[in-house]
Design a protein around this ligand. Structure first.
Ligand code: GUN
Ligand code: FE
Length: 466
């Protein structure tokens, strides 16, 4: 038994453990906090109970006790503990076409590639196979939490939720709703609105009752694919169900020119206004993309306390524009990052951090060399790597109303170890030149999955390289 900083007793046993080493995170948007040496005490519920630094009286004793009990993980030099990455937008069934089919517009791509591929998930074996590979891949890339679209199929969607739970990934999973006969092909849509709504209700119940899921590691989400693919009746029904069941909601919002104007033509108002009208804009709503939102839409999203999943890599191919991340952040909106697999061709959220920075620079500078510099871009649009990392971690946690994304007492221990010096590393460290936060910037710009040597979710080890 020993006494830690707060005076609470800690006894290391098979439930709790400690991690000793350097860490970095971005608890405040735009600022990197870097600590050279700290002892994390993680309790039996997977929550960070305490973070002690060497000047704390209990530091030495607790480190020794954890070590003696065989419950201490010690990080080496050039290994950093970071918060786990939170991917706010993934289409799980699209994993097999990752890196292909990016030469056509969103509406054509959906009809010619996405819907035929997703329709195949009526086959539960395919679902199981792909979802196992995907969840392993995302965990290995440091994604400790993912917000997934599955498909229209009830069984396949359940399989995705079960795979996440079995592998220990924190996840929010949606069975996709799409019933509009003008936008969804006969071979891939809810048979009727009523049947679609009933199977969503069944899905919500079945995810909540996965055996052992009482803490809600995996949660269901109401998932109207996007307004074009849903009838008014479906959107209304899903809005009512989300309120009744207190569920997350995920959908696409004002993604491309075509999609944004389709909704304007249908309802005479924007995606955000329309979603709000159907009861689909709550404090548990995550809107993918939102590239074409107006200032009024931003106010609406902010007031509703909904969040945006910015998917910078996907936007290059399917969105016709760059999401004004700086403007949204400055207005106080909650913004996280998404890979949008397979609209975005990388499973890595670090790549998307880098892309968020890159795209914001293009928005600021402009891209047409025939224009004079002052007419080329939009001033004050850039975001920094610090803000990108905040979106990939703390912002994602805020979007999901979960205590994740920051390494603080009371938060879930969802964390990754990034080893800058693994043999195959592209990252070089230069101690005489590197400032502490340069290391985070180097990680964002050059870390790959080989640098991610250990991953915990909810205090459980889910990835460990030998
Ligand atoms: N809009 C509707 N469905 C999709 C999809 O699968 N991916 C993207 N990026 N946008 C969509
Ligand atoms: Fe998407």
């Amino acid at each position: 038994m020993s006494i830690n900083q707060q005076g609470a007793s800690v006894h290391f046993n098979n439930d709790n453990f400690a991690v000793l080493g350097a860490y970095m995170h971005t608890p405040i948007r735009g600022q990197v906090e870097h600590v050279d040496r700290a002892l994390f005490v993680i309790d039996g519920a997977g929550v960070i109970r305490d973070i002690l630094e060497p000047d704390s009286p209990a530091f030495g004793q607790l480190s020794a006790e954890a070590k003696n009990a065989g419950r201490l993980t010690e990080l080496g030099q050039n290994q950093y503990l970071l918060p786990g990455l939170i991917d706010l937008h993934v289409h799980a069934p699209q994993f097999p076409q990752l890196g292909t089919a990016m030469h056509i517009s969103l509406d054509q791509w959906l009809q010619e590639y996405v819907f035929p591929l997703e329709a195949r998930y009526a086959d539960r074996h395919l679902a199981k196979h792909v979802y196992n590979l995907l969840v392993d891949t995302l965990l290995a890339n440091g994604t400790t939490t993912a917000l997934y679209f599955a498909t229209v199929h009830l069984e396949g969607s359940r399989i995705l939720a079960e795979v996440c739970f079995e592998k220990g990934q924190r996840a929010v999973v949606g069975k996709v709703s799409m019933d509009h006969p003008d936008q969804c092909p006969d071979f891939y849509r809810d048979k009727t609105t009523q049947e679609g709504l009933e199977s969503v209700a069944e899905f919500v119940e079945s995810v909540r009752s996965i055996r052992g899921n009482n803490k809600g590691l995996v949660c269901p989400a109401i998932t109207p694919r996007f307004i074009p693919s849903c009838t008014d009746e479906m959107l209304l029904g899903l809005g009512a169900m989300a309120q009744d069941q207190k569920c997350y909601i995920q959908t696409h919002c004002s993604e491309s020119d075509w999609e944004h104007s389709h909704v304007l033509n249908r309802f005479g108002k924007s995606d955000a206004e329309s979603l709000a009208g159907f009861g689909l804009m709550t404090d548990s709503t995550i809107l993918a993309h939102s590239n074409f939102i107006s200032d009024a839409d931003m106010m609406l999203i902010k007031t509703a306390e909904s969040a945006i999943a910015h998917c910078p890599l996907s936007n290059i191919y399917f969105s016709n524009a760059v999401f004004p991340a700086r403007r949204a952040l400055e207005k106080g909106l909650t913004v996280g990052l998404g890979t949008d697999i397979s609209g975005g061709a990388s499973p890595s959220l670090l790549v998307n951090c880098q892309m968020a920075v890159n795209m914001s620079r293009l928005l600021e500078e402009g891209v047409d060399p025939s224009l004079p510099p002052e007419k080329r871009g939009i001033a004050n649009s850039r975001i920094s790597f610090r803000e990108a990392f905040w979106m990939a971690t703390a912002g994602g946690g805020l979007a999901l109303n979960k205590k994740i994304g920051v390494l603080k007492p009371g938060y879930c221990f969802d964390a990754i170890v990034v080893d800058l010096n693994v043999p195959e590393s592209n990252i070089q460290t230069w101690p005489e030149v590197d400032r502490p936060e340069d290391l985070l910037q180097k990680i964002i710009f050059n870390a790959t999955r080989t640098n991610i040597t250990k991953v915990w979710v909810d205090g459980q080890t889910v990835v460990e390289t030998p």
